[in-house]
Design a binder for this molecule. Structure first.
Ligand code: FAD
Length: 401
């Protein structure tokens, strides 16, 4: 153990600091900026989109319930449309986007989801944020916080300029790993089951340009039975929270990718990988323990403090109202989380971690951060009114058809 002593300059200040530029952070920064706040977004990589771009996870899962009803609106739909505005990679949902034919929407195989190009999306998202006045710092890692009583005063970051602090009024933790919540002493919980290995990559060969999906999703502990056993790339499981372990995971992922490429080249001599992920493909790591923890049995349940709705990407039918109280803990008054680190049970985590849900919670978190720096005191009716003005539908009874 060594002890370091240094003074850290406060280099920037803002109203809302968004930490993490994945889909949740993009949505949060956009909504806070649209409500007139000075917003800074920090991102440790050099492009926006997180797992959805650098991680090559380019399937924007459904905005609908699978039975013809759209359930996620607002920025969830805006970013969906943005992602394919220069063309979709596959699964263009014309029944939803073009002719509005509600009867066709109920066809069993049609859901409101799409495949987009990661790098086109990251550049379009960057343009959108810049046009809305968000200041983006790339290559900037949040490494700590300072507090004044029960509020975060500054977030400490490190980048090429060294170590510095950013002073803020409110913080959105969209790091995917709940880093800011951990640094600030808010209660957090890790994903106990651990993550299975994934190795998604893009390739070009005789059959054209392709996203190769290696490594299937795990089955939540409470859904496992003898009939739904799946084969994984590796027997090891990963927390995604230990530097050494993450490096080993990435190396195993590269090994699986390389084996796949070598096998495919046996029958296709021009087959090459065009993109491999530049961040670890890990699904669930750490989440906040919020004022409320949502469970997957709470489908179709009314929540007075709902901030929007999400569907279940794995099943047709379920709709969940998302309570505002899953986004914060009273212990750190000006901290709100978004994306894959909201307060949900392990089985609900597998539903809430996907892109549309991350954007829904991002919009609510960013809007709330523009309205207050004390989330437990926020007038929820006011937040809901603002979200509705921004095209979000809050409760299930607002859904038609
Ligand atoms: C193998 C796999 C398959 C998946 N399949 C799908 C699918 O088909 N469809 C779907 O919709 N979803 C899928 N998901 C889930 C989905 O991709 C992610 O959960 C979602 O994109 C998470 O968004 P986010 O913004 O919450 O987090 P992230 O995308 O993780 O974004 C967090 C961002 O914060 C940055 N960051 C992290 N820590 C710091 C820090 N300390 N300081 C600064 N920046 C930081 C990261 O670089 C990252 O850009 C899959 C995930 C995996 C791993």
């Amino acid at each position: 153990m060594i002890k370091e002593r240094f003074k850290t300059p406060i280099s920037f200040s803002c109203d809302v600091l968004v930490c993490g530029g994945g889909f949740a952070g993009i949505s949060a920064a956009l909504s806070a900026a649209r409500h007139g706040k000075k917003v800074v977004l920090i991102e440790k990589e050099y492009l926006l989109g997180g797992l959805g771009t650098a991680g090559l996870i380019t399937i924007y899962l459904p905005l609908c319930d699978g039975l013809g009803k759209q359930v996620s609106f607002g920025i969830a739909e805006e970013l969906f449309r943005l992602s394919i505005s220069l063309g979709a990679e596959a699964k263009y949902p014309e029944n939803w986007l073009d002719n509005n034919d509600i009867k066709k929407r109920t066809e069993k195989d049609k859901r409101f989801e799409v495949r987009y190009n990661p790098h086109i999306f990251s550049m379009l998202a960057e343009k959108l944020l810049l046009e809305n006045g968000v200041e983006i710092f790339y290559g900037t890692y949040a490494v700590g916080v300072t507090k004044k009583k029960d509020k975060i005063d500054t977030v400490i970051v490190e980048n090429k300029s060294g170590r510095q602090a950013i002073r803020l009024s409110s913080v959105v933790d969209a790091t995917g790993d709940c880093d800011i919540a951990l640094f600030s002493g808010a209660p957090t919980q890790v994903f106990k089951q651990g993550n299975v290995l994934a190795a998604w990559y893009y390739s070009l060969g005789q059959k054209g340009y392709n996203l190769n999906i290696l490594g299937v999703a795990d089955i939540p502990e409470n859904e496992k039975n003898d009939n739904n056993k799946v084969e994984f790339l590796s027997n090891r499981r990963f927390s995604g929270l230990d530097g050494k372990e993450i490096s080993e995971m990435v190396q195993l992922s590269h090994k699986s990718t390389l084996n796949d490429i070598i096998n495919k080249r046996l029958n296709d001599s021009i087959y090459i990988p065009t993109m491999i992920p530049s961040i670890p493909q890990i699904r669930m790591t750490r989440r906040i323990v919020g004022e409320y923890t949502l469970d997957d049995i709470e489908k179709h349940k009314y929540f007075e403090d709902s901030i929007g709705m999400v569907s279940d990407w794995k099943k047709r039918g379920p709709i969940y109202e998302v309570p505002f109280s899953t986004l914060y803990s009273k212990k750190v008054k000006n901290l709100i989380v978004a994306g894959r680190c909201t307060s949900v049970t392990d089985s609900m985590w597998d539903i809430m971690r996907v892109i549309p849900c991350c954007v829904v919670t991002g919009q609510a978190a960013g809007t709330a951060a523009a309205l207050t720096n004390n989330f437990s005191k926020l007038d929820i009716n006011h937040l809901q009114r603002v979200l509705k003005q921004d095209c979000v539908k809050i409760h299930i009874d607002e859904l038609k058809n």
